[in-house]
Structure formats: structure tokens, C-alpha cells
Design a protein around this ligand. Structure first.
Ligand code: NAD
Ligand code: UDX
Length: 446
């Protein structure tokens, strides 16, 4: 089938590459000329495992192409995906300007029937707004062309985006249009094996499903972070509690890892956006507001440990940081907990000496060159002459360090661990002071 994807970011590019792998012809449109030129030259703008090979394959087979030409994109596919960003507005609600701009591009240039599929995460009611743009523009153009608007939210996780798109848990189709449903069932046939993963519902429910899923997952994390803070005060170990509750299949082991707060381009903004959507209906979402508040507090946790350790005086200290991205296997720094930590450290007069396997370029892009930020090429180099080590992201390569090297390099044998990678008793035996989330040395002594 012929498909157009507007927006070549994490969602659009991965979706396009996976559709091309399944044999569909995909035209990707983006307003960012550098992004398009890079892709045309074989340069992949984001780090995502397996993506580069898949894009190269799609291009080589003539199934994947990139352009800035919106009109050409509209002419290309009967199916038109909108996969552009929906960043938070100043008040936290989702900014729909990019989504509506694509709707307008489609409406302005279409000369044949189109199914417009919204893959971006958008507030309930956006489908109606996209329909209105199409209806009004086509009327102005005096064109009586058939179209359908479908909500098809995306559930991929960064760092596992390709695998998630290749083998989705579910495919949500928000539509009441049989023509659109038929085309999308055909499009997704290669991904709908073993059992039927397609769930058809009305468009508003599909839009809410996406927010409900992300908010549920964010709630699990904030709940566990709250429990970990309580565990510290009560002298309990959150990791043992995690095992204890996860073994109940009604709770499960997924998304109950305590840490230094959730980040990324989805949870923080989607929780905020649903709070705003609710407010617009006059409903006060007490639970979601708490989820957000707990997370904002948790993002200051590591800095709190450092302040505690240095008795509030971080002036002139050098803090080694391992891991800057908001989670492993991505270079994405959006809402990363490391940013809150680094910014607090700079304000307190400390220098950051950091290593991340993929996110160094992005960190440099965000913060530029500054004397109190040293980005180094290896995890060992980050330790040199540093006072203590902080771990923000649980990259695999950080899980079994050579502790003797750590002890040699650090001025003090102190590890502040935002991801609970190590056993507190072992680190104590090795002579480290170990601050972790809801356990170990951070547990109050009774
Ligand atoms: P992104 O910022 O990585 O990419 C968006 C792209 O859209 C950019 O390249 C931008 O230049 C382009 N764009 C903006 N306006 C355009 C226009 N008028 N025409 C064509 N291109 C345009 O965003 P993302 O992370 O891929 O997220 C896209 C949407 O998917 C968001 O609504 C997000 O909430 C949702 N989502 C993201 C993830 C994720 O893990 N990143 C997962 C599920 C859903
Ligand atoms: C999330 C959703 O998982 C995905 O379905 C949706 O499409 C987009 O948003 P993503 O943001 O890529 O995906 O990563 P995810 O693995 O969900 O992690 C988000 C944040 O939560 C990270 O900062 C991670 O460190 C944190 N997290 C996750 C925890 O702190 N504890 C956990 O148990 C799980």
C-alpha cells in the first residue's frame, strides 16, 4: 500500500521504516530540511537500536523516501499519517499547532480520497478538530472529496521502538468509518499475526486510551517512588518489597522499578496534558496531580543525597555522572532526571564530569560549552579526580563496574545510585558509602 508519514521523529521514522520492511511504500515528509537531507544522505537523526539498518534497507529497496515537499507527500499515499510532535503549551496542555498544520497541508493539496490517521498523542476531541480543518478547507477549495479521520495512537517505547512497532501488543483504531477500517486492517495485516491485535473503538475513546495507558504507567512509577521514600524512613528495603508485590499477578513486575523519577517525551507531558484536559471539563484529577508532584520531587532525590553527603556544601566539588539519557538505549534527553541533577549541581557551584554511551552529543547541543560541564569519552574517564559518582541511567555497561578502579579514581568511595543497580551489603563490604533509592545506606539506622 502507499502511505505518507508526516513527521520523521521517533514515532514517524520508526513507523515508516517498519511499514517499509513489511513491503509498503512509504513517503516521509518533514518540515526540518536538515533532517530530510541527512536521511537522504543515509544519516539517521536519532539513536534507536536496529533503526539504521531498517532505514537503509527500505531506501535500498525503493520503499522508503524522504521529502520536505508536503504537496508531494499528500499526492503519494491514500493513507496519510500524522506523527508530528504535540509538546506542552506554557500551561501544560498539548500544543496542537503541528498536528493542525499537517491537517491543513493535506486539505490544501488533496485531489483524491484520503484516510488521515492521527498517530501523535492528542487530547480527546482532536479528531473533530482535524475533521473541521479538512471540511472547511475542502469547502473553500470547492472540492467534494471523501476523507476519514482515524485515531491510531502509538505505544512504542524508546530504546525498543523498532521491536515494539514490529510486534505491537495491540493496534488501536478509533474510527466509525468502514472504508478506513478496511484499509487500516490491510495495512496492519503483517503485524496482526497469531491473534487479532486490532481493537476498533470510537475516536474519542482511542484518544483517551493513549493518555490512560501512559498515566497508568506513570502512576505505577510514582506509587513505587513514594513507597521507596517511605521504605527509607521505616528501615525497609524497597527492592525486597518490589519482589514481594510483583509476584502478585494482579500487580505484576512491570513498571514498579523505583528510581530518580520518570522522564522522556511522553509521561511528563501526557500526565500534564490529561490534567489540563480534565480541568477544561471542570474535573479535578487529584490522583494525576499527585503522580506529577511525586515525580517532580523524585527528580531532586539524587541532589538531596549529595547535599546530605556534603553537608550542603557542593561548591568546587566535581561530580561524576554515569548516564544522561532519560532511559537506556536512547540518546533522548527530554525531561531526563540527569538534567534536574546537573542544573542543581551547577547552581550549587559544582562541576559535572559525565559519560553517556549515546546522549553526549545531545547534552552538548542542549547545554553548549560551559566550564562546569565536562563530557568525557568513557565511564572510567568520568571518575578521574571526581569526588563521588552518581548513576542516573541504567545502561547495561554500568551494571558490573570494576569497583577497585572506582575506589582508586574517586576522591571518596561514594556511589549515589538513582537506579538501584547494586546490592548495598556488597558495596558496604567493598568499603563504599552507597546511597540508593529506598534501601542500603540511605535507609535510616534504627
Ligand atoms: P519528534 O519531536 O521526535 O518528531 C516530530 C517531527 O515532526 C520533527 O522531526 C518535526 O520537524 C516534524 N514536524 C513538525 N511539524 C511538521 C509538519 N507540519 N509537517 C511535517 N513534519 C513536521 O516527536 P516524536 O517523539 O516522534 O513524537 C511524535 C508524537 O508521537 C507526539 O505526539 C508524541 O507524544 C507521540 N508519541 C511519542 C512516543 C515516543 O516515545 N517518542 C511514543 C508514542 C507516542
Ligand atoms: C513510554 C511508554 O512506555 C510507551 O508505551 C509510550 O508509547 C511512550 O512513553 P518511553 O517514554 O519511551 O515510553 O519509556 P519507558 O520505558 O516507558 O520509560 C519512561 C520513564 O519511566 C523512564 O525515565 C524510565 O526510567 C522510567 N521508569 C520506567 C521507571 O522509573 N520505573 C519503571 O519501572 C519503568
Amino acid at each position: 500500500m502507499k502511505v505518507t508519514v508526516f513527521g520523521i521523529g521517533y514515532v514517524g521514522l520508526v513507523q515508516a521504516a517498519v511499514l517499509a520492511e513489511a513491503g509498503h511504500q512509504v513517503c516521509c515528509v518533514d518540515v526540518n530540511p536538515k533532517r530530510v537531507a541527512d536521511l537522504q544522505a543515509g544519516i539517521i537523526p536519532i539513536y534507536e537500536p536496529g533503526l539504521s539498518a531498517l532505514v537503509q534497507q527500505g531506501v535500498a529497496q525503493g520503499l522508503l523516501q524522504f521529502t520536505t515537499d508536503g504537496a508531494a507527500g499528500v499526492a503519494f499515499g491514500e493513507l496519510q499519517f500524522i506523527a508530528v510532535g504535540t509538546p506542552p503549551d506554557e500551561d501544560g496542555s498539548a500544543d496542537l499547532k503541528y498536528v493542525l498544520a499537517v491537517a491543513s497541508t493535506i486539505a490544501t493539496h488533496m485531489t483524491s480520497p484520503k484516510v488521515v490517521i492521527n498517530k501523535s498523542t492528542v487530547p480527546v476531541g482532536t479528531g473533530d478538530k482535524v475533521k473541521a480543518v479538512l471540511t472547511t478547507t475542502l469547502k473553500t477549495r470547492q472540492q467534494d472529496l471523501q476523507f476519514a479521520v482515524v485515531s491510531n495512537p502509538e505505544f512504542l517505547k524508546e530504546g525498543a521502538a523498532v521491536a515494539d512497532c514490529q510486534r505491537p501488543d495491540r493496534i488501536i483504531l478509533g474510527t466509525d468509518n468502514p472504508w478506513a477500517e478496511k484499509l487500516l486492517r490491510e495495512l496492519y495485516m503483517p503485524f496482526n499475526r497469531n491473534h487479532d491485535k486490532i481493537i476498533v473503538m470510537d475516536i474519542r475513546s482511542a484518544e483517551l486510551t493513549k493518555y490512560a495507558a501512559n498515566c497508568m504507567l506513570a502512576t505505577k512509577i510514582s506509587f513505587m517512588n513514594e513507597m521507596s521514600n517511605l521504605a527509607e524512613l521505616l528501615g525497609a528495603d524497597i527492592e525486597q518489597v518490589r519482589h514481594g508485590i510483583g509476584s502478585d499477578p494482579r500487580i505484576g513486575y512491570h513498571f514498579i522499578y523505583p528510581g530518580c523519577g520518570y522522564g522522556g517525551s511522553c509521561f511528563p507531558k501526557d500526565v500534564q496534558a490529561l490534567i489540563k484536559t480534565a480541568e477544561q471539563t471542570g474535573y479535578n484529577t487529584q490522583l494525576l496531580k499527585s503522580v506529577e508532584a511525586v515525580n517532580n520531587q523524585q527528580k531532586h532525590k539524587l541532589f538531596g543525597f549529595l547535599q546530605q553527603h556534603f553537608a550542603g556544601d557542593l561548591q568546587g566539588k566535581t561530580i561524576a555522572i554515569w548516564g544522561l539519557s532519560f532511559k537506556p538505549n536512547t540518546d533522548d534527553m527530554r525531561e531526563a532526571s540527569s538534567r534536574v541533577l546537573m542544573e542543581s549541581l551547577w547552581q550549587a557551584g559544582a562541576t559535572v564530569q559525565a559519560f553517556d554511551p549515546e546522549a553526549m552529543e545531545e547534552t552538548q547541543r542542549i547545554y553548549g560549552s560551559r566550564a562546569d560541564l565536562k563530557l568525557v569519552g568513557t565511564k572510567e574517564a568520568a571518575l578521574q579526580n571526581a569526588d563521588v559518582l552518581v548513576i542516573c541511567t541504567e545502561w547495561k555497561s554500568f551494571r558490573s563496574p570494576d569497583f577497585s578502579v572506582l575506589k582508586q579514581q574517586l576522591k571518596q568511595p561514594v556511589i549515589v545510585d538513582g537506579r538501584n543497580l547494586f546490592e548495598p551489603s556488597r558495596l558496604r563490604e567493598l568499603g563504599f558509602t552507597y546511597y540508593a533509592i529506598g534501601r542500603g545506606d540511605s535507609v535510616k539506622q534504627f
